[in-house]
Design a protein around this ligand. Structure first.
Ligand code: NAP
Ligand code: HSE
Length: 427
């Protein structure tokens, strides 16, 4: 095992506490032989026999080792470990979504070529076994759409801000303390962690490789307490959503903070919980819900992978399950242009409270065929900055973006200004 942090220590605990249960289920014992860490003398929650610890990655590849488990969060190191594992015919299990989103295509090709397992269940949606469900349980379906709350840290922050009026920075620090956030939390709040996960889910669901750099990714940094309050008034919740839809051969994909009706199932997913709503042509709608981050749920997914590989080894089966569910090499997915996408939008402008400012905004919106459903100015402070909230009727993405850019340039609207899509049809 490489890494003995939040997840690694819980994997150790789980293997110890469920030793008998796992042996009974597997027909063999799962044994950790070496643990690679950066700082062997660091104080940790879980005690580990000293002789297990190493700083030398070569120790992970001795002949008696069948499987290399990577839980470091590093991309370059993880890729090196995966390649060495494949070269030596050892299975590779990881929880590293950044690794898989960056190099998953190459690694899955190597895994198929060498006939060596590559498993990454814990990399998406923490404890929810969504990858296995897509690869096996839903293998009979053409997947039509995926809607996911895929980042526990962001969902925790948005929930705490909405329910308790908590301060963004404080809740983020709390999420870090609880072990939910990535080592670099900008990956979480910037939407990139959710983008890595959506790309992996989509590659598996739609059978074509999706590069997370090819679709729109927005984070939650610009969402304010006022936006959450206004969403509530309009009967919406704000969620960082990953959305992927198959529109007849091309995929529509995005990760962005989205207003969804309070009555939708995903609106009730609170705190660190994640959910993935899948629509398949035969199964219809299916919803997967559970803890999306934290050591224990993630360890559950990791050990699920260890058992899957272990069962194959115990049964002496040589054929592996293809990592992305396809026997052959994955082609690159084709993505749609989001410009034609139509939906209502919520806009918050920070404007100087002066006569004629609202008229300037509505004129620009009108020129771009954007009609208004509701306008709200919560406070009056003549000559000072005030928020102006506008909810539009359905508008084209490219029109609202053009209008937003022009409004951003007005001297009377110094910003920061925010635009949030409304997804009325959210599961
Ligand atoms: P973490 O608490 O930061 O632990 C990382 C571990 O890796 C530490 O034990 C560290 O050693 C070791 N490590 C880091 N760089 C190393 C290097 N260059 N050489 C040797 N050892 C190194 O991370 P984590 O939260 O457990 O996350 C691990 C992985 O799981 C990440 O890929 C993350 O994205 C993924 N994941 C995490 C969660 C979660 O909720 N935390 C959920 C799902 C997936 P030291 O202890 O000596 O510093
Ligand atoms: N940082 C990630 C999250 C961990 O908050 O969802 C789980 O992948």
């Amino acid at each position: 095992m490489a890494g003995f942090g939040t997840v690694g220590q819980q994997v150790w605990k789980l293997l110890k506490e469920h030793r008998q249960l796992l042996s009974a289920r597997l027909g063999a014992e799962l044994k950790i032989v070496k643990v690679l860490v950066r700082s062997p003398h660091k104080k940790r929650l879980m005690a580990l026999p000293k002789e297990l610890l190493t700083q030398d990655s070569a120790d992970l590849f001795s002949p008696e080792i069948d499987l290399v488990l990577e839980l470091t969060g590093q991309v370059a190191l993880a890729k090196k470990l995966a390649k060495s594992a494949f070269a030596l015919g050892k299975a590779f299990v990881t929880a590293n979504k950044a690794l898989m989103a960056e190099h998953g295509l190459e690694l899955s090709e190597q895994s198929l070529k060498k006939g060596v397992d590559l498993c990454f269940e814990a990399s998406v949606a923490g404890g929810i076994p969504i990858l296995r469900s897509l690869r096996e349980g839903l293998a009979a379906n053409r997947i039509q759409s995926l809607y996911g709350i895929l980042n526990g840290t962001c969902n925790y922050i948005l929930t705490e801000m909405e329910e308790k009026g908590a301060d963004y920075q404080q809740v983020l620090e709390e999420a870090q303390r609880l072990g939910y956030a990535e080592a670099n939390p900008r990956l979480d709040v910037g939407g990139w962690d959710a983008a890595h996960k959506l790309a992996l889910l989509s590659s598996l669901a739609f059978g074509a490789w999706v590069d997370y750099r090819d679709f729109l990714v927005q984070g939650i940094q610009s969402i304010s307490a006022l936006d959450l309050e206004m969403a509530n008034r309009f009967d919406y919740s704000i969620k960082l959503l990953g959305i992927a839809k198959d529109l007849g051969g091309k995929l529509q994909m995005r990760v962005q903070p989205t207003m969804i009706p309070k009555t939708s199932l995903l609106a009730s997913v609170r705190g660190v919980l994640n959910a993935v709503a899948v629509e398949g042509d035969f199964v219809g709608p299916a919803l997967f819900y559970g803890q999306g981050a934290g050591g224990a749920p993630t360890a559950s997914a990791v050990v699920g992978d260890l058992v899957a590989v272990g069962r194959r080894l115990v049964a002496n089966r040589s054929a592996i399950v293809p990592p992305f569910g396809l026997k052959n090499k994955l082609n690159q997915a084709k993505l749609t242009d989001l410009g034609e996408l139509r939906s209502p939008y919520y806009c918050r402008f920070q404007a100087i409270d002066r006569a004629g400012v609202l008229a300037k905004i509505t004129q620009i919106l009108g020129k771009h065929s954007i009609s208004l459903a509701s306008v709200y100015q919560p406070l009056r402070h003549e000559g000072k900055k005030v928020p102006i909230i506008i909810l539009t009727h359905e508008a084209k993405e490219k029109d609202i973006q053009k209008a937003h850019t022009l409004i951003n340039r007005l001297r009377e609207i110094p910003g920061p200004n925010t635009l949030i899509r409304v997804e009325e049809e959210c599961p």
